[in-house]
Ligand binder design. Sequence first.
Ligand code: PMP
Length: 344
Amino acid sequence: MKQEIDAYNNVLELVGQTPIIKLNRIANDFQGEFYAKFEAFNPGHSTKDRIALYIIEQAEKKGILKPGDTIVETTSGNTGFSIAMVSIIKGYECILAVSSKSSKDKIDMLRAMGAKVYVCPAHVSADDPRSYYQVARRIHEETKGSVYINQYFNELNIDAHYTSTGPEIWKQTNGQLTHFIACSGTGGTISGTARFLKEQNPNIKVIGVDAYGSVLKKYHETGELDKDEIYPYRIEGLGKNLIPTATDFDVIDKFVKVTDEESAHTAREVSKTEGLFVGYTSGAVMQAIKQLAADGEFDENSKVVMIFPDHGSRYMSKIYSDEWMRDQGFFDSVNIEEEIQIEY
Ligand code: PMP
């Protein structure tokens, strides 16, 4: 009798069910236990695989998408990669408007995955016709049979995490977690996951990570968009210069802000101490945890779950380039001998 081959039917069957890994070194000095859900284990190497697959499959279920149709999106790179991957398997055309802040590696990767990429200036307002929002909207309007994913303003972004990331964390921790901490960009990850977790246990404390230069923390505290909070920063995928409706501010207890510099160093530290090669925003979430620990947020009973959204390989020309770090002035205040490894 012929043996069946033990194989997945396609790469999309591998989306989700990512592992939670205990941090054994970097958080040693803090009270409590710390666990990272490492989303780089998704086949597209980031958490965005979940929303790309979910939103596209919802559109298919509603009969909105037919084979050969076009999917349009704005993206800092990760969502684009995931949409490109899903489009290949499902036979859609993928058109992406990306920010010029995105790393060259990310843009090259999108093109390698067959996407058509438009690079738009990062530091213009959202209503400027050159912004990636407006460019994507225009392409969508001009392309017949296209779907605009619109991750910042799409409730399905929240649902994708409510139906996957949240239940996975609840099951993986046997409901024992006390804190859930995640970066907020579109807000989909933190909102959907927290909505599910708080329905199971309203005492779970949910903390969002925001960037200096972004409006989210202040908006959460005051209910108003303060334009004075907005200035350029380097971390891709974290924070925003507008209020995304894909963020449910009610399920987030508080926000913590982190700097570009400390997040970059902390990402490098996570890689070197835990052997987890993480992206820039994973450094941001770990940096937020350092600040929270210093402020006495945790005690010996704390079981803290954080999201590490993507993989370090996407940042070789940024935080993992000593030259880039030096150019940003990120080595000015640290011991360079410790930071720069001798090359043989
Ligand atoms: N980290 C990275 C690297 C991202 O690309 C994003 C998405 N913009 C986030 C964190 C934040 O996730 P979310 O959009 O679900 O808030």
